[in-house]
Design a protein around this ligand. Sequence first.
Ligand code: FES
Length: 99
Amino acid sequence: MFVALERLINLQDGYRRTFRVAGRELLLLVVEQQPLLLENRCPHQGAPLHNATLSGRVLRCARHGVEFDLHSGQPLNARCPALSRFDLAYDGDRIGIDV
Ligand code: FES
């Protein structure tokens, strides 16, 4: 089932918004014109990521400063699991997720 999150026209660099879908907190953001959908939870110790700092394609969690490469999802400066990412789905002028 497709769950719409946002209208495509609203997706621009700097976009960042959280959604709750099927009991999960998701973070939709646009980086270098590319929409990305992550779990809004740092794999290091569970802090929310919606206030993380973004520098190019590197996302830095505000809690302990672990940095993640948004390309691979892998941590760059600590040992912890990779970011949880979700595939985006499209329907007409909406972007969303298949659940
Ligand atoms: S919880 Fe994100 S860096 Fe520790």
